[in-house]
Design a protein around this ligand. Structure first.
Ligand code: AMP
Length: 445
């Protein structure tokens, strides 16, 4: 199968040739003909599957071949994304794919001045990429109008709900013309996503693409068990012993990012960090330097790393396991792309056993374990497996005996006798996704 057999026009094929895309990925093979035919789409696909080209190519083609010229302040196609990094990345891809078609494209997001965006929208934009919060601000100030809107894309819809954009999505939805094409992409399909899909989509074609980086063995994954306080030391030890080159490291919190970066820099290691507290320009600069190989170790939180598109990244390290299991898949999707091999190493402490279990259930695999000599944990990480069982009791820290008092139980310990009764349900929802209509706003990119 080629892109030409999918029915794409010559200017788009020419752009793909320049980019070196030869064969459509599975999501592209399914999405392109359906979108060209005007169908709605509900696709289970995440970063790394080629989904961006899957929706962008047929949209660019339809915008080129059909419909009126764009009017002032109007947009003909809208791609909603959860973060500014993803907005930049998706827009950059769209510009590459649309290099030879006469369409205007642009990206708007929060955290930067709104005025230049208002100016730019005056002439109208054929295809606009936007984060929900900023788009709504622009809409409320009459800087953008939706009466010409033909196609709406919700990219990483699960993440938009996770970040608390349900209310914005509802308000945007209310402002859109009822007759339009809608494409929804999501890594996961929770009840809330299905509710959203039910409201927004019309007889959609469902596409499911297995997460390539998990299903295919292009990413070698393993965990190293360690005590929490020794993680920084272990990281530095492994970095040296395994000669990690360009490495993307995920930490749970902003403070965690800063602390690790500081420690690495203190050792003369070329490291930088990105998280939500840093201004957009600083984040972009760190990212650009990392992409250009001027920074060896980039430490990031999940939100900040969301839109990262780095080809050929050899190593991803989970300094902390993600709170949401799906983020593990997103994180390791940064390596092993486009047929390259990569490795994803997670440093896991006893506190994280539930998170580990949830990841193993989600990815249907038991992650290979290693202990690093000299870093064997005092607090053992209980054995886990892909069916969600946590098999062994962790060693309880010694406590002074309290006579007559109620026993205080560990986080995942219960007073049952058998090992499996000793655990709380291994895969419990670790973060409540706000309902489409009611979710509180947590964060605004
Ligand atoms: P995405 O899932 O859209 O983030 O794309 C993941 C990566 O795959 C990006 O770096 C794309 O440039 C690349 N890519 C997408 N489609 C193809 C293709 N058909 N052939 C080769 N690379 C591709």
């Amino acid at each position: 199968m080629t892109f030409a057999t999918l029915g794409l026009i010559e200017p788009l094929l020419r752009a793909l040739e320049t980019l070196g895309y030869q064969t459509p990925t599975p999501v592209q093979a399914q999405a392109i003909p359906a979108v060209l035919a005007g169908r709605d789409l509900m696709a289970a696909a995440q970063t790394g599957t080629g989904k961006t080209a899957g929706f962008a190519l047929p949209m660019l083609q339809r915008l080129t071949m059909e419909g009126p010229k764009v009017a002032s302040n109007c947009v003909r196609a809208l791609v909603l994304v959860p973060t500014r990094e993803l907005a930049e990345q998706v827009h950059a891809s769209i510009r590459e794919y649309g290099e030879h078609v006469p369409l205007s494209t642009y990206a708007v997001y929060g955290g930067v001045s709104i005025n230049p965006q208002m100016m730019k929208l005056r002439k109208g934009i054929d295809l606009l990429v936007a984060t929900p919060g900023r788009l709504l601000d622009l809409y409320r100030q009459n800087a953008v109008k939706f009466n010409q809107l033909e196609t709406l894309v919700l990219d990483e819809a699960d993440r938009m709900l996770d970040l608390g954009f349900a209310e914005e999505l509802r308000d945007i939805y209310a402002a859109l013309p009822k007759k339009r094409q809608t494409l929804l992409f999501s890594a996961t399909f929770s009840d809330d996503i299905r509710l959203l899909a039910g409201q927004m989509l019309n007889d959609p074609l469902s596409i499911e693409v297995s997460p390539r980086n998990v299903a295919a063995a292009t990413v070698k994954q393993w965990i190293v068990t360690v005590d929490k306080k020794r993680k920084p030391e272990l990281f530095i030890h492994l970095m040296k012993r395994l000669k990690w080159k360009q490495t993307l490291v995920f930490a749970k919190t902003r403070n965690g990012v800063d602390a690790l970066v500081e420690r690495l820099q203190g050792l003369g290691i070329n490291a930088d960090g990105i998280h939500g507290d840093k201004p957009q320009a600083t984040r972009q600069r760190a990212l650009d330097r990392f992409k250009a190989n001027e920074v060896q170790i980039l430490v990031a939180t999940d939100v900040a790393a969301r839109g990262l598109d780095i080809d050929d990244l050899p190593t991803v390290v989970n300094f902390d396991l993600p709170i949401v299991a799906e983020d593990y898949v997103h994180r390791i999707g940064r390596t092993g792309r486009a047929g390259q091999t990569g490795e994803a190493i997670s440093l896991v402490c006893a506190d994280e056993v539930q998170l580990l279990s949830a990841i193993e259930v989600l990815t249907r695999q038991t992650l290979k374990r290693q202990e690093e000599s000299g870093f064997e944990p005092d607090h053992r990480v209980p054995e886990t497996n892909a069916s969600g069982e946590v098999l062994k009791k962790p060693k309880k820290p010694k406590k002074p005996k309290v006579s007559g008092g109620k026993r205080t139980l560990g986080k995942w310990m219960d007073s049952g006798d058998t090992p499996t009764e000793n655990v709380a349900p291994a895969v419990k929802p670790v973060r409540k996704v706000p309902a489409f209509n009611t979710g509180p706003r947590k964060r605004k990119p």
